[in-house]
Design a protein around this ligand. Structure first.
Ligand SMILES: *[C@@H]1O[C@H](CO)[C@@H](O)[C@H](O)[C@H]1NC(C)=O
Length: 288
């Protein structure tokens, strides 16, 4: 039906089709709308964005939308799950709900399932690592036809094992983190946020393109998420510009002091000698 629809609208927009074809298109569309459930019958779709990450001890809530034709009836809604990996993943039923009735038979005390007119909700309280799985909701209609939707659920993990490595040929530092959900990266140079004179951070935050040459000092990559943060530091050769500057300043002042001292000494000497000369003259005058 979708294809048919797009064909109809395509020819409308092109505007070169003949009038008769346009009319038959319209009539066919009208007929399709009048049919009990179009060409496709009941459908179900989990609304959560995949993969769903859940914090330990919190609640997992999955919501699914049920689409049905006017003459169709939901007969059974089933929620199941199976491990995401493994050789022969075993599917386990969490709840089975007869359509229209609010009562669902859950298999565990912390599992709650709700079926409403056009949606069904699964809630698992006190989520733990073993609840990470592929979840499936299946809707069976009154004729026994089944339709289902799946969703991957994983545990929200803290960040750890952060590392920083250097790409010498491209003057860049790459921050790698082996574990952690939804990581956010930030960079520091000598414990201060990166400025343009030091470098530029890539859009995803994982790479720092260093503009400062030569690369020196401590570069720290900090990775954080809702559960905390972890960081790693790359240590390059110490930055010498500052060190060299102070050394030069010290040497300069010492030289100036020395020069000043010598000058003062010379002046003092000259003054003393000229005084002595005058005294000599005085002495001579007295004796004459
Ligand atoms: C350095 O970075 C460039 C560009 O991102 C990449 O193609 C290259 O493989 C990297 N080299 C190393 C040794 O990682």
């Amino acid at each position: 039906m979708d294809k048919f629809l797009s064909l109809c609208s395509l020819s409308t927009s092109v505007g070169v089709m003949d009038r008769q074809y346009f009319l038959s298109c319209k009539v066919a569309l009208l007929l399709l709308h009048l049919m009990p459930c179009g060409l496709q019958c009941m459908s179900v779709h989990i609304l959560n964005e995949e993969p769903v990450h859940v914090m330990p001890d919190s609640s997992l809530v999955l919501k699914a939308r049920i689409e049905q034709g006017p003459l169709e009836e939901v007969s059974v809604v089933t929620w199941e799950r199976e491990p995401e990996t493994g050789l022969s993943p075993e599917r386990v039923t969490l709840a089975t709900c007869p359509g229209r009735s609010q009562k669902c038979a859950g298999t565990r005390p912390n599992v709650h399932v709700n079926v409403a007119q056009q949606e069904t909700t699964l809630q698992i309280n006190g989520y733990s690592g073993v609840d990470g799985a592929v979840y499936t909701v299946t809707v069976t209609d009154h004729k026994g036809a089944k339709t289902s939707s799946q969703c991957i659920v994983r545990t929200y993990e803290a960040v750890h094992h952060v590392s920083v490595s250097i790409n010498v040929s491209h003057s860049s530092l790459v921050c790698g983190e082996a574990w952690g959900t939804d990581p956010h990266f930030s960079w520091l140079h000598e414990r201060v946020a990166i400025t343009e004179t030091v470098g530029r951070v890539s859009k995803d935050g994982t790479t720092l393109f260093v503009t400062k040459t030569p690369i020196c000092g401590h570069f720290t990559c900090m990775v954080s998420n809702k559960l905390g943060h972890s960081s790693a530091t790359y240590t390059a050769a110490p930055c010498e510009t500052e060190g060299r500057g102070t050394t030069a300043a010290v040497v300069c002042s010492l030289l100036l002091l020395l020069f000043g001292g010598v000058l003062a000494y010379l002046l003092w000497r000259r003054h003393r000698y000229s005084n002595r000369g005058e005294r000599l003259h005085e002495h001579l005058d007295d004796t004459i």
